[in-house]
Design a protein around this ligand. Structure first.
Ligand code: FBP
Length: 282
């Protein structure tokens, strides 16, 4: 059904791997931080066209972004309607519900997307909101993508990507019933004191090993786990991380800022290098 639409789309169609373009950063970080480096990116049409021309698997965005271009691009590429959003003016580690399953159906989306912040003081509310929306989405045949981003009083910046915290967040996303689980690339340190002993026997020395561990934590590899691109960085270090994701058995990448903050030609070149990694050609 709809999960297959994502897995059959674009240059990675049929490989079991995917590269997704997410453009919710305008909401999360503000328009200038997101789009001023490459002004054509202020236009919602730009992102559909970029995802299509790059041969990506899907495009994810909040309601207004999809609506503003759906007249021209409906059906051209599978879309993921992001159903909740945060913003940089907020002091809480929380998200507002900003779309519905019926919006996703009306716009012909393949999936809904949702963010939880495990560790935040709002985590249980976010999980309960997700449960309800995921149940509704599945009942009408939509796929379910969950961004699981640890955040909150217990975690400093390093703790948010610590390998044990990342694997824990990914596992909770699997338990919550997500079809596609989205986390940040894990770093080689342990965030939760109580987990230290368990990690004495787990190899977390390389990105490949850490990815393997996160994928194993998602039902022994029975779920699709994709890793985000992160803030704009140099191509070499991004590609290095993505090679680790591929080697460790990750199902793909979600690359937002590293795509649309670059001029279009550079973005297309970088995305084709990323796709080549997942095709096993790099
Ligand atoms: P990027 O590739 O730009 O990191 O996009 C992935 C993403 O999950 C976006 O969907 C989201 O807006 C952003 O990262 C959130 O990042 P952060 O929580 O670090 O501000």
């Amino acid at each position: 059904g709809n999960l297959a639409r994502i897995l059959m789309q674009g240059k990675l169609g049929g490989t079991g791997k995917m590269v997704i373009l997410p453009v919710d950063q305008g909401f999360e970080h503000g328009p200038a931080r997101s789009f001023s480096a490459n002004p054509p990116a202020y236009d919602p049409h730009y992102h559909f066209q970029l995802a299509l021309d790059a041969g990506l698997s899907a495009y994810a965005a909040p309601l207004g972004m999809l609506e503003a271009a759906s007249g021209s691009y409906a059906g051209a590429i599978p879309t993921i309607l992001k159903l909740n959003s945060s913003n940089s003016l907020a002091t809480e580690k929380d998200q507002a519900v900003t779309g519905s399953v019926s919006d996703a159906l009306r716009l012909g989306c393949a999936a809904i997307g949702f963010t939880i912040y495990p560790g935040s003081e709002y985590q249980f509310k976010l999980m309960e909101q997700f449960r309800e929306l995921a149940e509704e989405a599945k009942s009408v045949g939509l796929a379910v993508v969950l961004w699981s981003y640890p955040r909150g009083p217990l975690l400093d910046k390093a703790g948010e990507t610590a390998v044990d915290i990342c694997a824990y967040a990914a596992h909770m996303a699997a338990l919550l019933g997500a079809h596609i689980i989205k986390v940040k690339p894990p770093t080689a340190h342990i965030g939760l004191e109580a987990a230290k002993k368990a990690y004495e026997k787990i190899d977390i020395s390389t990105m490949e090993k850490r990815i393997e561990h996160v994928v194993q934590s998602c039902f022994a590899g029975r779920r699709l786990v994709v890793f985000s691109g992160g803030e704009a960085s140099d191509s070499a270090s991004l590609l290095e991380t993505i090679k680790g994701v591929h080697a460790g058995g990750g199902s793909g990448s979600i690359v937002g800022r590293n795509s649309f903050t670059r001029p279009r030609d550079e973005a297309l070149a970088l995305l084709s290098q990323i796709i080549a990694i997942y095709q096993g050609k790099a």
